[in-house]
Design a protein around this ligand. Structure first.
Ligand SMILES: *Cc1c(COP(=O)(O)O)cnc(C)c1O
Length: 359
């Protein structure tokens, strides 16, 4: 006997990366390898349990003001959510009528298609080209199927490649539905690219940006993210589809402190960028073929050749040594490892682990 709705019975849920409890080298879920900024630490240390007695501000107003300031927008452009994952779910609930299709690129973050399946939405999934770039007819294909909502990841996961703001402009202009740009990894983009996207939400009524404090701000455990969009696009999520108290008091408080002081976090982004360049070089020397990445991870194709271990074998051999990376049993990813950038010490342990496996 099952009471589950029929379409859920056959659905395998999203499977997150392993969260090991014992001390390990954890390079499997793209967390920031450095702790949150000192001001977050000081705020946490100063808190009393009194702050939990009452309900939180339902609209997370102070946090929205902090986010608006950071992006030179107004609070009406901002919605706070319980992690980016909640914003993704809200986008489906708010913009996608049951039965209508969700636009996607494949491969991408596995949660998108799980949320679509739960929602009962078919997919119009456009496969990325072999260099991970977008087919030129992507938007035409979505428009031809009257897709009301499409999600792209930029920097892309799991490749780490980045679409320029000019390319995003083009997509936003030609797409007829809501374009959700998942910017979970945007903080790690090289500074010299000058990749600033917040003006897109002033220009286009159909662009929704997803930002999260999980990766850039080292706050994955806090569960706090936000969406940026035109006030008319954001309003129905604020007033209708979200839970009244979707972001708890602690998250609002800590998140506001984190956004008011981005300097500490920015130092970690710079350290991650430097390690990313170095790790790419060292993996290449070991025979991996790495996609150049603007995120805090590398997608590395395992060395090929007779008697070389497969990506899956490398993944398992590393795990046996307490080193966790991600391997996806999925087309175009089966021959690759996705490796989060760690501290220099962790990256060195990863390289040692790989060398031991190759011996
Ligand atoms: C991590 C991640 C998110 C959001 O994560 P939260 O922890 O829920 O904020 C969204 N999209 C992608 C592609 C991610 O990797």
């Amino acid at each position: 006997m099952t009471y589950e709705r029929p379409h859920l019975r056959a659905l395998a849920g999203y499977v997150p990366g392993i969260q090991p409890r014992e001390p390990t080298v954890k390079l499997n879920t793209n967390e920031n390898p450095y702790p949150p900024s000192a001001s977050v630490d000081a705020t946490l240390a100063s808190l009393s349990s009194n702050i939990l007695q009452r309900y939180p501000d339902p609209l997370a107003q102070r946090f929205r003001v902090a986010a608006a300031c950071l992006h030179d927008l107004s609070p009406g452009h901002v919605i706070a959510t319980n992690g980016g994952d909640e914003l993704l779910r809200l986008a489906l609930t708010t913009y996608l009528d049951p039965g209508l299709p969700l636009g996607l690129l494949t491969p991408s973050y596995g949660l998108y298609s799980v949320l679509a399946a739960v929602h009962g939405a078919p997919l119009i999934a456009v496969p990325l080209r072999s260099d991970w770039s977008l087919p030129t007819d992507t938007v035409d294909r979505w428009n031809a199927s009257a897709v009301p909502l499409a999600i792209i990841t930029n920097p892309h996961a799991p490749s780490g490649t980045l679409l320029s703001v000019a390319e995003l402009d083009q997509l936003a202009r030609s797409f007829k539905g809501v374009l959700l740009i998942d910017e979970a990894y945007i903080d790690f983009v090289d500074q010299e690219r000058g990749h600033q996207t917040s003006r897109l939400v002033k220009t286009y009524p159909n662009v929704l940006l997803l930002r999260t404090l999980s990766k850039g701000y080292s706050l994955a455990g806090l569960r706090l993210a936000y969406g940026l969009g035109a006030p008319d696009l954001i309003a129905p999520m604020l007033s209708k589809t979200r839970d009244s108290y979707n972001v708890d008091t602690l998250a609002q408080l800590i998140g506001t402190v984190a956004l008011d002081d981005t300097r500490g976090a920015a130092q970690t982004w710079e350290a991650v960028r430097a390690s990313r360049a170095q790790l790419l070089e060292e993996l290449t020397r070991l025979g991996f073929d790495c996609t150049p990445s603007q995120a805090n991870f590398l997608l590395a194709a395992a060395p090929t050749g007779a008697s070389r271990p497969s990506a899956e074998e490398l993944y398992r051999a590393l795990m046996a040594q307490g080193i966790y990376v991600r391997w996806f049993d999925e087309d175009r990813l089966r021959d690759k490892l996705r490796i989060s950038i760690g501290t220099p010490e962790e990256n060195a342990q990863l390289l040692d682990g790989l060398k031991r496996t190759f011996e």
